[in-house]
Structure formats: C-alpha cells, structure tokens
Write a protein that binds this ligand. Structure first.
Ligand code: ASP
Length: 342
C-alpha cells in the first residue's frame, strides 16, 4: 500500500495569491496564510501539506535567475523530506522559471509541479482552486510506492505538461498554456489519466544534482523584416554577451544577405554560441531545408530543434554556467537533456 505523500507547497507570488485593492482596482500580493484560508478543501486531500513562501511574494514579471536559485535551493534542502513539490507562480513567466528549473534539477525522481491561475483565489469564478488541488494530487500520485511523475511539470486547466515544452499563449483564457510539440503528461477528467509513454525515464539510483550557475548575459533577438545592419551590429557587439538566441522564421530561416552572414560569422568567431529557435509556436528548426538556412549550418549555428524559446534560453544559461568546451557545446546543446527537444 502507498503511504500518505508529503507535499511541499512553495508560494512565490502571482495572481493566484493576489487580492484586489478596492481603491485602485489593481491586483496586489497578500499573505500566503490567507491563501490557505480560502481553500479549506486542502484539508480533505489524502496527503500531508507543508508550506513555504517567498518572504516578499512577487509578480512573476519581476522573476529573475536569483529567484530560480531560491526555488531550487528550497527543493534541494527539503528533497529527502517530501515526496513532491508544488510551486505557485505567476503565469506570465512561469514557462521560463519552470524550464530553467528543469535544467537546474538533474536526476529528479520526484515531481516538481508549477501552477498558478488567471483569476485570484478569492474570485467567485476562480480557476485557482482546481489548478492548485489537482497539482497537489498529481504531485502526490504514486505507483508501487514511487512517485508517478519524476520531472518538472506545469499544470493548468486540466492538463499537466512537461514544463520545458510549454509557453504562455493566452492572457485571458483559463487555458493559458500550450505545449505544441509534446503531448500532455496527465489529463484531468473524472480520473487523472497518466500518459505513461510520454514520461521521462527515471534512474532512482542517481542522486539529485542541483545546478545553480545560470549565465544571464545572453541576448534574445527576434528577427523581423526591417531589422537592419546597424541594429544587428550594435546588438552582436554588446561586449558582455556570452550567448545569443535568434528567433528565426519558420523552419529556422534567417536572411542570407551578406551583411547578416558576416555579422554572424564575426560573433561565432568570438566563441559565442548562437542558437537558432523558431518563432513559430509549433514545429522545428531544420537548417539546410531552404537556401536561407543552409549557410547558417555551415557557419556553426546551433539548432534548438523543436524546443520553445523559453527552453532554449534556459538551456543556454544552464550550459554556459557549466563551462563546457566550445567543441562539445554544440553537440550537448543539440542533445535532449530533460526531454526539451526531439
Ligand atoms: N502578472 C501575474 C504574474 O505573472 C499574472 C499571473 O499570475 O497569472 O505574476
């Protein structure tokens, strides 16, 4: 028989724990203890729940890698005491944080589930309760005494996704996230349906390794028709730059005009990894498919394949922090490390 799971609920901020300021009408954070008062249903769940909160909860627009390290450290310090972790986080940058955590937490054998909501927990029509309660149930799921989910997930509106496959697609709908290149890991209906074939394999003998060096001196440039030579040269010559993500068109295409290729050649010659990720929500980079991407391949541009921009950024920050040799960087980047790409 499975014994009751111990779940650690970590509150970082976001709409889920906000109230409306009646004078200004704006949403602001309130005390985490009050959050629990709003959900007496939590007591009915068949698991033990403990809570931690950021001292000052934040709107996730203020998220940064220092906070990612705080979340990773809370998980690391409590890893042996708990069977699963649920992180309450604003939806705006949830896919970034959750993608980053998927790389920072190596050899996970327990669930780390991110969730939040579009409406505050106190609102009558809130989506917060379902998201929170089901996230806890998923984090507590066990089979033969072992956690069913052993990766970083993101739960929103009846679906658990692999976190590093998600992106926020809607600022209004309860279905705020999508995972266009990978199926849901769990569907919540009358029962919780686990899609076992989609889960990451686990090796329980390997110990959790927490990586806390994330290089944030990187740039993300979204290509658009009209982005000119002066701007590109200005951006690429940014002296502190350690890595560059280019959001390309379609299956990884960028202009092949000589000025652009020469700017690329120069930045790659400075040993700065250049990652090609598509600005399409679904599909994959496939350099060499069109003439406009053939040259990129020859120059040594790295393919993010079917990864999201959020995952490509997080992976770049993580791998730069690992201080790899430039020879191995491309090979490792183009290998799936946490199920973030095919
Ligand atoms: N601005 C909020 C945040 O990301 C939105 C939300 O929680 O959904 O913190």
């Amino acid at each position: 028989m499975n014994k009751k799971s111990n779940i650690l609920l970590i509150y970082t901020g976001g709409t889920i724990g906000m109230i409306r300021d009646f004078e200004t009408g704006a949403l602001k954070n309130f005390n985490f203890k009050d959050l629990l008062k709003h959900i007496p249903e939590l007591k009915l769940l068949d698991c033990n729940i403990s809570t931690r909160s950021f001292e000052k909860p934040i709107d996730s627009s203020n998220m940064n890698p220092k906070y990612w390290i705080d979340i990773a450290s809370i998980i690391e310090d409590n890893y042996t005491m708990f069977d699963g972790f649920v992180i309450l986080h604003g939806s705006d940058t949830m896919s970034y944080t959750a993608s980053a955590l998927s790389f920072m937490l190596e050899n996970l054998s327990k669930p780390v589930i991110f969730t939040g909501s579009q409406l505050p927990i106190g609102d009558l029509r809130t989506d917060a309760k379902e998201n929170l309660i089901t996230s806890i149930q998923i984090a507590a799921l066990k089979e033969n005494g072992f956690s069913s989910i052993t990766e970083v997930g993101l739960y929103f509106e009846y679906k658990l996704y692999r976190a590093n496959r998600t992106t926020k697609i809607n600022a209004e709908h309860f279905e705020a996230f999508a995972s266009l290149n990978y199926p849901a890991l769990v569907q919540s209906g009358v029962h919780l349906k686990v899609n076992k074939n989609a889960l990451l394999p686990v090796n329980r003998r390997k110990k959790l390794k927490v990586h806390k060096k994330m290089e944030s001196n990187i740039l993300l440039v979204k290509m658009f028709p009209g982005l000119d030579e002066t701007t590109i040269n200005h951006l690429f010559n940014y002296p502190q730059i350690k890595g560059l993500v280019l959001e390309s068109y379609g299956s990884g295409n960028l202009t092949n005009e000589p000025w652009f290729l020469s700017a690329l050649k120069k930045i790659i010659a400075r040993d700065i990894p250049v990652i090609n990720v598509t600005q399409c929500s679904g599909g994959s980079v496939s350099m060499g498919k069109y003439e406009t991407s053939l040259e990129l391949k020859k120059l040594g541009v790295i393919s993010a394949k079917d990864a999201t921009t959020e995952a490509a950024l997080a992976k770049l920050m993580y791998l730069l922090g690992e201080k790899l040799t430039s020879n191995s960087f491309k090979t490792i980047f183009e290998t799936s490390l946490r199920g973030e790409m095919h």
